[in-house]
Design a protein around this ligand. Structure first.
Ligand code: AMP
Ligand code: GLY
Length: 420
């Protein structure tokens, strides 16, 4: 089978690594890829937001299966364009991708499905939004409706912060994404994520994870794309996972099918858990990054069979073969991240790292130049390890971190603390 994976982050490096383990995988191309991916697959310089260009490339390369990594091409309708060209694709249609691309759409679907989530109001003008905040008070959560690269959510502990956030959003701080705003009830509890494959009709859980969004130890400081993650998430017990599937995931997937927009791909359900009850915080229409890295290390080569069964509508016959294991990933980021940081610094010591089914250094923002590995992004490496328990996985991951020589980078030393 000839496979094309779209994307360039640690998530796509992990997907590439897992897919490649499967003996069914023949040719494997990643567009655009990164330095880590280039070491295990062919990389192609393609504009992955241009569905026509991706379809032409796939035809030229005799691709049988396209796996879409990030949300942006999905929200642009790239999966639709590829399916029109007759390709087998893993990833939702543009319509179904609104579960991530529009917060108000997701709220409407949850209403239709009677799925537990935060109460909300949806506003297209600032004054009405502010009246709502003045009436309901703080804490509250102000969200830009559209895609804002994870930055369009302000958790406001006081009323003034919420009012200022509304002004910022309607003032254009998030471009078109903030032209509509959702204001939500603040939910207390512990957050965890559930990853589910959906083939339009059937659903299959492929694991749980928790990430660390804040840049600083003890979960302090500004939000980031994620500084580390681990799987499974102990707070998402089998009983709570079952509740989340029956009360949230299955009813919302049925509501999507009822509206003529069946969902196909991975559904990432961000959940808030309190007193044994899960409520939906948000849906994403792709794997989490860095959550994907821990899921891939746990699942390995069977991932290709699972993604293919999803795309072919055969999930009913699919099953996950679990090892009773734990995985953790520690993000190495450039000093200064999530603020400004230097680019092009050299990372040494990567060649000496173990790379096997228990230890992987996935690349998120790197480039190879003159035999060196250079950091090109904020989040640069995802040092990922597996073990019989979380402590063993964690010890392995930090042992790898300590072998890497990159003075211009940093890690959080407490990934997994909540679970340990
Ligand atoms: P989102 O992009 O919707 O996941 O929001 C980003 C983060 O904001 C979430 O991971 C939560 O930590 C927090 N958040 C979002 N909505 C709520 C809510 N209604 N109550 C409490 N925290 C929230
Ligand atoms: N790690 C959070 C996300 O991928 O959205």
């Amino acid at each position: 089978m000839n496979i094309l994976i779209l994307g360039s982050g640690g998530r796509e490096h992990a997907l590439t690594w897992a897919v490649k383990q499967n003996p069914k995988c023949d040719k494997l191309i990643v567009a655009p890829g990164n330095a880590g991916i280039a070491a295990i697959a062919e990389c192609a310089d393609l504009d992955i937001l241009d569905g026509g260009a991706v379809a032409r490339f796939a035809e030229e390369e005799a691709i049988d299966f396209v796996i879409v990594g990030p949300e942006a091409p999905l929200a642009e309708g790239v999966a639709d364009r590829l399916r029109e060209a007759g390709l087998l694709v893993f990833g939702p249609s543009k319509d179904a991708a609104r579960l991530e691309a529009s917060k108000s759409f997701t709220k409407e679907i949850c209403d239709a499905a009677n799925a537990p989530t935060a109460g909300y109001g949806h506003f297209t003008d600032a004054e009405a939004a502010k009246d709502h905040v003045r009436k309901n008070g703080a804490p509250t959560v102000v969200k830009a409706d559209g895609l804002a690269a994870g930055k369009g959510v302000i958790v406001a502990m006081d009323e003034q912060t919420a009012l200022d956030a509304i002004d910022d959003m309607f003032g254009g701080a998030f471009g078109g994404a903030g032209a509509e705003v959702v204001i939500e009830e603040f939910m207390e509890g512990e957050e965890a994520s559930l990853f589910v494959l959906v083939d339009g009709e059937d659903v299959l859980s492929i694991g749980t994870a928790q990430d660390h969004k804040r840049v600083g130890e003890g979960d302090t400081g500004p939000n980031t794309g994620g500084m580390g993650a681990y799987s499974p998430a102990p707070v998402l017990s089998a009983a709570i996972e079952e509740k989340a599937m029956e009360e949230i995931v299955k009813p919302t997937m049925k509501a999507m099918a009822d509206r003529g927009m069946p969902y196909q791909g991975v559904l990432y359900a961000g959940l808030m858990i309190k007193d044994g009850q899960p409520r939906l915080v948000e849906y994403n229409v792709r794997f989490g990054d860095p959550e994907c890295q821990v899921l891939m290390l746990r699942l390995g080569g069977q991932v290709l069979d699972l993604l293919q069964a999803t795309a072919e509508g055969r999930l009913k016959e699919a099953q996950v073969n679990w090892a009773d294991d734990h995985a953790i990933t520690v993000v190495m980021a450039a000093n200064g991240y999530p603020g400004s940081y230097e680019k092009g610094t050299e990372i040494k010591g990567l060649d000496a790292l173990p790379e096997d089914s228990k230890n992987m250094a996935f690349h998120a923002g790197t480039k190879a130049a003159d035999g060196k590995t250079l950091a090109t992004g904020g989040r640069v490496l995802n040092i990922t390890a597996r073990g019989d328990d979380l402590q063993e996985a964690r010890d392995r991951a930090y042992a790898m971190v300590d072998q890497i020589d990159w003075p211009e980078g940093f890690v959080r030393r407490d990934i997994g603390w909540r679970a340990l």
